[in-house]
Design a protein. Structure first.
Lengths: 311, 53
C-alpha cells in the first residue's frame, strides 16, 4: 500500500483540473495532478543535476539543452530593453522610431568599428588600391604593368576585406538580436480593436495520435481555446479534416514548401503574432525548432498565462 | 495541448512623406529603411568618430 497525503485545493481549481484531465485523456484527475507535479519537479531538479555534473567535470561549456534556455533569458531581457527604448515612440509613426533606432545603431556600429578594427591596416590597404588604379592609368601602354597592378589591387582588396571581417564579428551578433526584437514592433500590421483575425491551432505532434485528444463521432477533436482578456471568439472553431493527417497529426510543413494537397495554394510564409495585441493581450507566436539560431531569430513572444494554458 | 496558436498578420508598411515603403522581396519595409538610414548615418558621422572604412 502506498502512503497517501491529502492536499486541500480550491473548488474552482478542482473543477478545472477535472475538466482538463478529461479533455487531455487522463484516466482520472489524480493521474493528471501526479503527472503535472512530476513534470514540474523534474524541471526543478534538472538544473541542479546539470550544475553538479558541470562542476564535477572540467568541461564548463554550455550544453545544447541549455542553449535555448539561455537564449530565452537573453531575449526576455532584450524585450524589456527594447520595450523601454521604444516606449516614447509608441504613439508616433513607425518611421520616427526607425530613424531613432537607425541613429543608435549607426553610433553603436561606429564605436565598435573604431575599437575593434585595424584602422592603420584599412588605410594602408585603401592606399595600395588607389596606387594600383593610378599605376594602370600611368602605364596603360604596358600590358605587363597593368597585370601587375591588377594583381596588387586584388591582394589589397582581400587584405581590406580581412580587416573588415574582424569588426563584423563584433557588430553582427548584437545587430541580429536587435533586428529580431524590432521585427515584432514594426514588421506586421497590428491587430486592431474590432477587426477580426483568424487564429489557427495545431495539436502537439503525437498527442492526438496517442489518444491524448478525445474526438467526436466525426473525428473532430473535442478541444476548446481559452482566449486571454480582451479577445473574443466570434465564431466557433472550424475543424478541416483534410488538413489533419490520420490520427490528427499537426498539419504543419516547413515554411515556403508547397502543400502537396493544394499545390496551387501559397504556403503560409508569414504566420506570426504581434506582441502588442488589443487591450494589452499578447498572442504567442509560432516557434521554430529549439536551438540557438531559431531562438535568436524568433524570440519567444510574451505569452499570457491564459494563452499559455492552451499549449 | 496545442503546439501553437498563430494569427496571420499582414506585413506593415512604413509611411514616409509622400509615399509608403512596402515589403520588397520578403524584406520588411522597416528593415529596408533601417539599413539605409544606418548606412547613411554611419557615413555622415564617420569623420566625427575618426573612423575609416
Amino acid at each position: 500500500m502506498f502512503a497517501t497525503t491529502k492536499v486541500k485545493l480550491d473548488k474552482e481549481l478542482v473543477a478545472k483540473i477535472k475538466r482538463y484531465a478529461d479533455l487531455a485523456g487522463y484516466s482520472s484527475p489524480e493521474e493528471f495532478i501526479t503527472h503535472a507535479l512530476e513534470k514540474e519537479l523534474s524541471k526543478l531538479e534538472g538544473p541542479r543535476t546539470r550544475r553538479r555534473s558541470r562542476s564535477a567535470s572540467a568541461d564548463s561549456a554550455t550544453s545544447p539543452e541549455d542553449r535555448p534556455e539561455v537564449m530565452s533569458l537573453l531575449n526576455a531581457a532584450l524585450r524589456r530593453l527594447f520595450d523601454l527604448l521604444l516606449f516614447p515612440f509608441q504613439s508616433l509613426p513607425a518611421a520616427v522610431g526607425i530613424v531613432f533606432v537607425s541613429l543608435l545603431a549607426a553610433l553603436g556600429m561606429l564605436w565598435a568599428f573604431k575599437r575593434t578594427s585595424n584602422q592603420a591596416g584599412i588605410e594602408a590597404a585603401k592606399r595600395r588600391m588607389y596606387a594600383g588604379i593610378f599605376e594602370i592609368r600611368l602605364f596603360n601602354d604596358s600590358f605587363k604593368q597593368i597585370w601587375r597592378a591588377q594583381g596588387a589591387i586584388l591582394r589589397a582588396n582581400l587584405t581590406y576585406l580581412r580587416h573588415q571581417l574582424v569588426p563584423m564579428l563584433f557588430i553582427l551578433p548584437p545587430l541580429v538580436l536587435a533586428i529580431a526584437q524590432l521585427q515584432f514592433h514594426w514588421a506586421y500590421r497590428a491587430a486592431r480593436r474590432r477587426r477580426p483575425h483568424r487564429a489557427r491551432g495545431d495539436f502537439r505532434r503525437g498527442l492526438a495520435g496517442g489518444g491524448g485528444v478525445p474526438t467526436g463521432g466525426s473525428g473532430k477533436p473535442q478541444a476548446e481555446l481559452e482566449l486571454p482578456a480582451g479577445l473574443t471568439a466570434e465564431t466557433p472553431a472550424l475543424w478541416i479534416p483534410e488538413h489533419a493527417d490520420p490520427g490528427l497529426a499537426p498539419a504543419r510543413r516547413p515554411a515556403g514548401r508547397p502543400d502537396p494537397r493544394h499545390p496551387d495554394r501559397r504556403p503560409p510564409l508569414r504566420e506570426a503574432a504581434r506582441r502588442r495585441a488589443p487591450a494589452g493581450a499578447a498572442l504567442p507566436v509560432r516557434r521554430g525548432a529549439p536551438g540557438s539560431i531559431s531562438s535568436s531569430t524568433r524570440p519567444r513572444a510574451r505569452c499570457p498565462p491564459t494563452a499559455c494554458s492552451t499549449r | 495541448m496545442l503546439d501553437a496558436v498563430t494569427v496571420r498578420l499582414k506585413p506593415a508598411e512604413v509611411a514616409l512623406p509622400g509615399f509608403a515603403l512596402r515589403e520588397m522581396a520578403s524584406v520588411p519595409a522597416w528593415m529596408t529603411l533601417f539599413f539605409v538610414l544606418s548606412i547613411v548615418f554611419a557615413f555622415a558621422l564617420r569623420k566625427r568618430f575618426g573612423v575609416t572604412f
